[in-house]
Ligand binder design. Structure first.
Ligand code: UGA
Length: 429
């Protein structure tokens, strides 16, 4: 099928590359000409497992093309995906300006029936809004349908998530559009949830908010476990065997971050409030999350007393492992708080060092995990990169001034570390 993907951010790139790999002809459109040129040469601006291979394969087979010429891409396609960003405004609302702009662009280039598919995370009612924007400009000259088709991709496993999803949600009132999307997704074996546009939009927010709630819930349980002498990992295991609860998203840590959970929780609180409902539960989820980050700093204080002039090493800066994304990363928030309290910081991350250099200019950046701990009094592990599990901790102990570890992701073995001579502290264990 012939497809245009408007926006080559993270979702757009993955969507375009995967659909091209499923034998469709795909135009990925971006306003940024330099980015288009780089992408056309196969240079991917994000770190995402398996994506580069797919993009190169798409380019080689000519099924995937990058362009800044939106009108051409729109006219050549029957299905047009909107995959632009919807960042939070100061008030926590989703900023819809990029979505509006694309809708206007589609309307002005329309030359026949199109299915316009919204993949961006947008407030409930946005499918109707896009429909209205296009209708006002097209004035009945061409037929079209606007569909909500939220994505559930996780950074780090996005290609896998696209090709092997738990479900595909299609929100539309048009049988014609539902038929076309069902055909498009036919090679992907997953349950189809066909529903109305508003419910599809809500499914996306409710899913992210529920997963964020699980994380805050287990973090709260972790804090109680610490106080009563239980181990949250055992508790999560015992809970997870209950199929109604499941094992996933029950890992306690420094709090959730990234470009989605915090933004979408804020947006859902805003959507609820505008609809006349006070979402106390989700406000609590966000509050627990903020406190969890502060708790990591409190743990450092418990080890070192006042943090002024204290030497702290930090391993892991991204919001989770296997991504280079530091947006709303708990590690960045924690580094920022440690810095404000006067700690002397040396940090290391396997991928995101360059990005973090743009954020903090007055901390030391280490070339590897060992250099990061040299002469330091405390090591804080804040992102669970596999690299950290295979470090030689005997060497780490020799290099540190004082062998103390706060394992903010519970990914190290306390027994082994204590045997080596570390003062170990995890989260809720
Ligand atoms: C999330 C959702 O999982 C995707 O389904 C969704 O498509 C995406 O947002 C989106 O809306 O675009 P992502 O932001 O990539 O994906 O990250 P997650 O893997 O969900 O992790 C989010 C945060 O929760 C991370 O900071 C992670 O460290 C934290 N987390 C996750 C925990 O602290 N504990 C857990 O058990 C799981």
């Amino acid at each position: 099928m012939k497809i245009a993907v408007m926006g080559t951010g993270y979702v757009g790139l993955v969507t375009g590359a995967c659909l091209a790999d499923l034998d469709n002809e795909v135009y990925c459109v971006d306003k940024d000409k330099e980015k288009v040129q780089a992408l056309s040469r196969g240079h991917i601006p994000i770190y995402e497992a398996g994506l580069e291979v797919l993009v190169r394969r798409g380019l080689d087979s000519l099924r995937l093309k990058f362009t800044a010429d939106a009108p051409k891409a729109i006219r050549s396609s029957e299905i047009i995906f909107i995959t632009v960003g919807t960042p939070s405004t100061e008030e926590g609302e989703a900023d819809m300006s990029a979505v509006r702009e694309v809708a206007e662009e589609i309307a002005s280039s329309m030359d026949g029936y199109k299915v316009i598919v919204n993949k961006s995370t947008v407030p409930v009612g946005s499918t109707k809004l896009v429909e209205k924007i296009i209708q006002e400009r097209v004035e009945g000259r061409f037929e079209f349908d606007v569909v909500s088709n939220p994505e559930f991709l996780r950074e780090g496993t996005a290609v896998q998530d696209f090709l092997h999803p738990d479900r595909i949600v299609i929100g539309s009132d048009s049988q014609r559009a539902i038929g076309i999307l069902t055909e498009l997704y036919q090679p992907i074996h997953a349950p189809l949830v066909i529903t109305d546009p508003s419910s599809a939009e809500m499914i996306k927010y409710a899913s992210n908010a529920f997963l964020a709630t699980k994380v805050s819930f287990i973090n709260a349980i972790a804090n109680i476990c610490e106080a009563v002498g239980a181990d949250v990992r055992e508790v999560a295991l015992g809970m997870g065997y209950d199929k109604r609860i499941g094992f996933e998203f029950l890992k306690s840590g420094p709090g959730f971050g990234g470009s989605c959970f915090p933004k979408d929780c804020r947006a859902l609180i805003d959507i609820a409030s505008k609809a006349g409902y006070h979402f106390y539960l989700l406000e609590g989820v966000m509050e627990v999350n903020r406190e969890q980050m502060k708790l990591m700093v409190e743990k450092a204080r418990r080890h070192l007393g006042s943090l002024r002039g204290k030497k702290i090493a930090v391993w892991g800066l991204t919001f989770k492992a296997n991504t280079d994304d530091i947006r709303e990363s708990p590690a960045i928030a924690i580094v920022s708080m440690l810095r404000e309290e006067g700690a002397v910081l040396k940090v290391y991350d396997p991928i995101a060092m360059d990005k973090v250099r743009d954020v903090f200019s007055d901390i030391t950046y280490a070339a590897d995990p060992y250099q990061a701990v040299e002469g330091m009094e405390l090591l804080m592990l804040l992102t669970d990169w596999d690299d950290f599990k295979w470090v030689d901790f005997k060497r780490v102990k020799e290099l540190m001034d004082h062998p103390a570890i706060i394992d903010g992701r519970n990914c190290l073995d306390p027994l082994t570390l204590r045997r080596i001579g570390f003062d170990y502290e995890g989260v809720g264990r």
